[in-house]
Design a protein around this ligand. Structure first.
Ligand code: HEC
Length: 304
């Protein structure tokens, strides 16, 4: 640590620099941390709002299927030789989402109605998703779970909501195989997607949004602003140094040199100072002192 003695031995320039660099480091660290948390927060809001919009959209597609497609197809369920999956809300939301993902920039967005005992094994919940469904089942007050998760495609932000069986009509196809349309059994078999109960949470509706790019962007912005800040600080330190050297230190050195000359009897040396600032005042005071000294010395010389 710096003690008083070392501080005392430092030149003005060095003291100023020390102080400036201290202030510099503290402010860079402070603004770096604050900026990082602001940018991270914004990035998180961005992925979260993307996920919210998509889950809202997916639910709109589900509603459309239930309100518009179901009435059209339901009467034909028993007569049509093949099952028409278009009547299933999860099917339509999956199809719409797959169309959405066809665009390269959206290929790492995912949607899944992750189900513990699904009719279509594509919808089977993996370990992680099973835990989400269990959490929704264990706490009926939990209506949404969000977080980050690593997938082979990269890190994603996910938003999950419980999918509950709220209508009796759902159970026609999801309670026991003998109640289900024959065409459904022909397509999906009678093993999976049965035994569901009313008011049971069967799935977690999940939307995943790729987060890596958004966070990488936030990091790039952070680095850019930090470089800018450090450059500005460096220029300020350089300028302050330049000004202190030119307007303070050099002038004091000049006065010191002349004072030294006067002290060894050179009465012709003059403390020239054109400026009226504090150092100018000091030089004028020294000039007056030199004049008084000269008069006193002359008087002494005349007496002897
Ligand atoms: C006509 C029969 C039928 C009805 C009625 C029906 N479903 Fe399904 N459901 C299916 C079929 C078939 C699938 C698989 C579709 C696919 O291939 O994606 C399915 C899939 C699902 C899935 C995705 C998981 C899985 O099993 O693959 C959920 C969740 C689901 N249904 C919930 C419901 C809800 C809630 C209702 C009531 C609003 C309902 N279903 C009504 C036949 C039906």
């Amino acid at each position: 640590m710096l003690n008083n003695i070392t501080l005392k031995n430092l030149k003005i320039g060095a003291k100023f620099n020390l102080l400036l660099i201290l202030v510099f480091i503290v402010s860079i660290l402070g603004s770096g941390v604050a900026l990082s948390s602001v940018l991270q927060g914004r990035a998180q809001n961005e992925v979260a709002s993307q996920a919210q919009i998509l889950i809202q959209m997916v639910n709109a597609v589900r509603d459309y299927t239930q309100n518009r497609i179901d009435p059209l197809l339901a009467p034909r369920l028993d007569t049509n030789p093949t099952f028409m999956p278009e009547i299933v809300p999860t099917f339509s939301s999956k199809e719409v989402f797959e169309n959405f993902r066809k665009k390269a920039e959206y290929k790492n967005f995912f949607h899944k109605d992750a189900t513990l005992n699904p009719t279509n094994l594509v919808d089977k919940a993996d370990n992680f998703e099973t835990q989400l469904v269990e959490r929704f089942r264990n706490d009926s007050k939990t209506l949404e779970i969000t977080g980050f998760r690593n997938l082979p495609e990269g890190e994603v932000f996910y938003i999950a909501r419980p999918l509950k069986i709220t209508q009796q009509k759902c159970l026609r196809c999801h309670s026991t195989p003998d109640q289900a349309p024959k065409s459904q059994l022909a397509t999906y078999g009678s093993e999976n997607g049965f035994g569901w109960q009313l008011n049971q949470i069967v799935s977690a509706q999940i939307i995943s949004v790729p987060s890596e790019d958004i966070f990488a962007n936030a990091k790039r912005t952070w680095i850019l602003i930090m470089i800018l800040l450090i450059t500005i600080f460096a220029i300020v330190v350089f300028l302050i140094n330049f000004l202190i050297t030119k307007y303070v230190i050099q002038r004091i050195r000049r006065i010191e040199k002349i004072a030294q000359k006067v002290s060894i009897g050179d009465m012709n040396a003059d403390f020239e100072e054109s400026s009226n600032d504090e150092i100018g005042g000091l030089a004028q005071a020294f000039n007056r002192m030199k004049a008084s000294l000269k008069i006193a010395m002359d008087m002494l010389n005349n007496q002897s």
